[in-house]
Design a protein around this ligand. Structure first.
Ligand code: PGA
Length: 248
């Protein structure tokens, strides 16, 4: 049985005040109705403070991107070792905003996954098709290319990894893939991993992301291969986030 996992992706939102306010509110609302793992991937500068705040709780902190390099003259970059040192458990890799706005390629993203794993972080590798891909019926080809980029690298540890399927057209738009549609893609992804390693594929948590809200979470998380969610907008509202965690 895979444990459900819900990760909030705050993106470039928040402040010191909001970090403490949100984390306290989430912590206060955690009760025995929640059995999923809970993560929050937050801006770098708040990680240290957040880590102190959640130390005694079930919430774990993560980052939203990481450098592919270990250390050195890479102005502005943050290494996986640094993230591990301040207590991160997860790091998002290849969120569609990184892929499109910052031109991050599959090749680069695989290097980031390896850098994260080398520092014992769990990379959350995100994949997803654009609206144009979706409309022209090439969703499975796009997903295959993004997932295969990772799987074809023998150094990637499939047991220290989370995958997230986020249709780009569903991110922040209020649109979601139907639970059945999302399930098909999740099953397809797990099938690709199965070709490499059956046990790892069975253990792998595959999250769905893209306008997950309290009212659609249950039907999405009820699908066989959907193991939780990557939550953007709704993760900035403690009540909505907790409600989604309860559904997982
Ligand atoms: P959303 O974002 O929930 O606001 O659609 C999801 C994401 O970008 O990870």
């Amino acid at each position: 049985m895979r444990q459900s996992l819900v990760i909030g992706n705050w993106k470039m939102n928040g402040s010191l005040g909001l970090t403490s306010e949100l984390l306290h509110a989430i912590e206060d609302a955690i009760d025995d109705k929640i059995s999923c793992e809970i993560g929050v991937c937050i801006p770098f500068v708040y990680i240290n403070v957040a880590q102190q705040l959640v130390k005694q709780t079930a919430i774990k902190v993560g980052a939203q991107t990481v450098s592919e390099y270990q250390s050195g003259a890479y102005t502005g970059e943050v290494s996986a070792e640094m993230l591990a040192e301040v207590g991160c458990k997860w790091v998002l890799v290849g969120h569609s905003e990184r892929r499109t706005l910052f031109n991050e390629s599959n090749l680069l993203l695989v290097e980031k996954v390896l850098a994260a794993q080398a520092a014992r972080l769990v990379p959350v590798y995100c994949v997803g098709e654009t609206e144009a891909d979706y409309k022209s019926g090439v969703t499975f080809d796009v997903i295959k290319e993004q997932v295969e980029a990772l799987l074809s690298n023998q150094a990637v540890d499939l047991d220290q990894l989370v995958l997230a399927y986020e249709p780009v057209w569903a991110i922040g738009t209020g649109l979601t893939a139907s639970p059945e549609e999302a399930q098909k893609v999740h099953a397809f992804i797990r099938g690709l991993v199965k070709e490499k390693n059956i046990k790892s594929a069975e253990r792998l948590q595959i999250l769905y992301g893209g306008s997950v809200k309290p009212d659609n979470a249950l039907s999405l998380f009820g699908q066989r291969d959907i193991d939780g969610g990557l939550i953007g907008g709704a993760s900035l509202d403690a009540n909505a986030f907790i409600s989604i965690c309860q559904k997982a």
